[in-house]
Design a protein around this ligand. Structure first.
Ligand code: DGY
Length: 323
């Protein structure tokens, strides 16, 4: 039986019932009653009286919104591993504890990365369209030739928890894993992956490039025209991080020309208003930001935040703490 505390929690993001239960069984919890993402004004107003506020990546907690939060709010928890939507220094300055959800979604996101690689390489969009249209006239050795995933070189940009989970799966496909990261991993975490101190050398070796790095001002449009040009002709790009890391104006022409064989994209700059070409290009296998979207993962994310809130209000160490 979960211990109940009287901590007042306002959950501003929309959650499945199984995830909501992680809060309602432990706390004096209230939930978003609007059935949609709240505006900043609604977020501030609906947080009245709450001690902990649970948001997600679509809620923008900039310095101005943080400054307007009710004085009762002492803890901000984001139901996401990405936290670029929170001005963490402003939250820290205001004395807020900030929590996020690392680890528990790494496996689901890595599964999605493999789905994207396979779907992009094996021309799933065109294959589905052919079957569904009724225009398929039967097997030929010519139809819909894709690219091998097994045996290919995979370059992982950002070898955090998700990148490492992608590498683990890729090894199961006999891929040769290369990576670039701010710092080199320990041999245990590297597990045979080949480290590149620079992104530019990684790109040259990447038949597949998997973008798994955090979004920040430093990584915005990191994958630009010059870097795409360094990839081998016919390379495949997969993005499970944030759309902002890739410059659409560089990727789209490379996909149109076939210089880049295909892309598998779960995230987009400006989503949900994505570049129109991503809806029509046959060599783009796109998903609506479902990287971590499994029921089990959603519950685990809620459980992690609930544990963190309990620990923080009990004055105990909180492992998933940003501030
Ligand atoms: C995350 O957890 O960061 C997911 O991408 C949802 O935003």
């Amino acid at each position: 039986m979960t211990a109940f505390s009287s901590t007042r929690v306002f959950v501003a993001c929309l959650l499945p019932d199984e995830a909501k239960a992680q809060f309602s069984e432990r706390f004096d919890a209230r939930f978003n009653a609007h059935g949609r993402t709240l505006t900043a004004d609604e977020l501030v107003a609906d947080s009245a009286g709450a001690e902990a506020l649970v948001v997600t990546a679509t809620d923008r907690l900039d310095a101005a919104t943080i400054a307007r939060l009710p004085a009762s709010v002492r803890l901000l928890a984001t139901y996401s591993v990405g936290h670029e939507h929170i001005d963490t220094p402003a939250a820290r300055e205001r004395g807020l504890t900030v929590l996020y959800t690392p680890d528990v979604l790494s496996d689901a996101c890595a599964d999605t990365a493999l789905l994207l690689m396979l779907g992009a390489a094996r021309r799933v969009v065109e294959s589905q369209a052919l079957v569904r249209s009724g225009a398929w006239t039967g097997w030929t050795a010519l139809q819909l030739l894709g690219r091998d995933v097994h045996g290919a070189r995979l370059g992982i940009l950002g070898m955090g928890r998700i990148g490492r989970a992608v590498a683990k799966r890729a090894r199961g496909f006999d891929m040769v894993v290369h990576y670039h990261n701010r710092s080199r991993l320990s041999p245990e975490h590297e597990a045979g992956a080949l480290y590149h101190p620079t992104l530019d050398t990684l790109l040259v070796e990447s038949d597949f490039l998997c973008v798994a790095c955090p979004s920040s001002p430093e990584t915005r449009h990191l994958i630009d025209a010059a870097r795409i040009a360094r990839l081998p002709p016919g390379a495949i790009i997969v993005n499970i991080a944030r759309g902002e890391v890739i410059d659409d104006q560089a990727l789209i022409p490379a996909l149109e020309s076939g210089r880049i064989f295909a892309a598998g994209l779960d995230v987009f700059e400006g989503e949900p208003n994505i570049a129109p070409a991503y809806r029509t290009l046959p060599n783009v296998f796109s998903l609506p930001h479902i990287g971590s979207s499994t029921l089990e993962t959603r519950v685990a994310m809620a459980r992690l935040l609930a544990h963190g809130i309990t620990a923080a209000f009990a004055g105990e160490p909180v492992p998933n703490r940003l501030a």
